[in-house]
Design a protein around this ligand. Structure first.
Ligand SMILES: [Fe+2]
Ligand SMILES: [Fe+2]
Ligand SMILES: [Fe+2]
Length: 425
């Protein structure tokens, strides 16, 4: 096992921003557009390479905190005048600062809505210059959405941004925007340029070199983004990771495999970021249309992980958790002949956790009752009989591991929510 891991920030940013760009309307294609606009504005300013690098990185994921405040119904109120506007910026800061390599990015995101006129009581030297640039880029990106031919809309957008010069935005940054916005390529890039082209030809992002022991820190960052969307989901991932790791342990797997299964467990539902929170939180039966939206999530888990070399090993394990041995799962219709042990273990852990965990609107069933349900799933040819029997044989220990992991995650979530609403920025 090598001690240093290389994480491509280009892969990370592309995977994450394209995942987020598949979600509901206010965020659709929003991250790509903002990053491209920020790149062009930065080109007109005297920035260091590092500042430009961090600005593009931060812009491409800047609304990542919005997923964690969806339950407060604020995603639909991402308008720039909203009183909740800083909530998702603060959420992004709280999520990212836990992984020390992303400290600077966390600070940039924290202040990405700290406009001149809504942060008067704030010490303005705290606000990174990159945040101030992103504010203008963000606006241009939002205003650019509705136009069929963006060149028809550019004059009105320039006008709208300039009206906020000295009110919301720093005048010298608006000037830089104006110089960039004179050129058609600024607008055509906002509308069309893939992030991959930006990274290829104009601004290479760094690779991150971390110790292999630090990978869990990055994975935990994702876990929190996935689980902390709402109280309903706030501990699910932690439970699945714990149960699948225990299954692997009782199956006699090596430490390294157990660790990787745990990572796959943590990431298995990352594709759920594209599912609106009303559907995730719905206590009653889903309509066929809603269920079809849910059914897309493992496809997006696959796409997200497929984009990142560092997660190549666990891509299939994580994204196959709704596949079934009889071929009736989704989305690839794998079967008994094609599903590896690790994917089966995560599928069993997912069902067990879903049955036993408490939800705000119902209590989880006992471990024994969950086994009765899962035995039927084995008879139907859905779940692996050997793994379900292994779970039954070590039920108390495995269930205990789940409860401990989910309790810890619950506490973490409570602290997160408290921190979120403690300060405005
Ligand atoms: Fe934002
Ligand atoms: Fe935004
Ligand atoms: Fe799932």
């Amino acid at each position: 096992m090598t001690d240093l891991l290389t994480i491509s920030l280009e892969e990370l940013v592309s995977s994450l921003s394209s995942l987020m760009d598949h979600t509901i309307a206010p965020l659709r294609d929003h991250h790509r557009r903002t990053a491209i606009a920020a790149f062009h504005i930065a080109d007109q300013l005297d920035l260091t390479w590092q500042q430009r690098h961090d600005l593009i990185f931060a812009s491409a994921i800047h609304d990542i905190g919005a997923f964690s405040v969806m339950e407060q119904q604020v995603l639909h109120d991402l308008s720039f005048e909203s009183q909740y506007i800083n909530l998702h910026a603060r959420a992004a800061y709280l999520l990212l600062k836990e992984f020390s390599y992303f400290d600077t990015i966390a600070e940039i995101l924290r202040y990405h809505h700290a406009y001149l006129n809504n942060s008067t009581e704030l010490d303005r030297t705290l606000i990174p210059y990159e945040s101030l640039i992103m504010q203008v880029a963000d606006h241009a990106a939002v205003l650019s959405v509705d136009s069929l031919n963006i060149l028809d809309a550019s004059a009105a957008i320039i006008n709208e941004v300039n009206q906020q010069s000295g009110i919301m935005f720093v005048p010298e940054i608006v000037e830089a925007f104006n110089r960039a916005a004179e050129k058609e390529n600024f607008w055509l890039d906002i509308k069309n340029l893939p992030l991959s082209s930006l990274f290829k030809d104009r601004l290479k992002l760094d690779n991150l070199h971390i110790k292999s022991s630090e990978l869990m820190g990055l994975v935990n960052l994702f876990r929190r983004i996935i689980d902390f969307r709402s109280e309903v989901t706030s501990t699910h991932t932690a439970g699945v990771a714990a149960v699948s790791a225990e299954l692997a342990r009782f199956h006699g797997r090596e430490e390294e495999t157990i660790r990787k299964i745990k990572i796959a467990g943590y990431l298995h539902d990352i594709g759920k970021l594209i599912v609106p929170s009303e559907i995730l939180e719905k206590p009653s039966k889903l309509t066929p249309q809603e269920f079809n939206i849910i059914r897309t999530h493992t496809y997006f888990t696959y796409e997200f992980l497929n984009g990142m070399t560092i997660f190549k090993d666990i891509r299939d394990w994580a994204s196959q958790h709704h596949e079934r041995l009889n071929g009736r799962g989704y989305p690839f219709h794998e079967n008994d002949n094609t599903l590896p042990f690790e994917s089966r273990a995560i599928a069993v852990a997912d069902v067990f956790t879903a049955l036993t965990e408490d939800r705000p609107y119902r209590k989880g069933v006992t471990g024994k009752d969950a086994m009765l349900v899962m035995d039927v799933d084995v008879q139907k040819g859905e779940l692996d009989g050997v793994l379900v029997a292994l779970l039954g044989a070590h039920l108390d220990q495995i269930n205990q591991a789940r409860v401990i992991a989910q309790d810890a995650s619950q506490k973490e979530y409570q602290v997160f929510v408290m921190e979120l609403t403690k300060d405005q920025f």
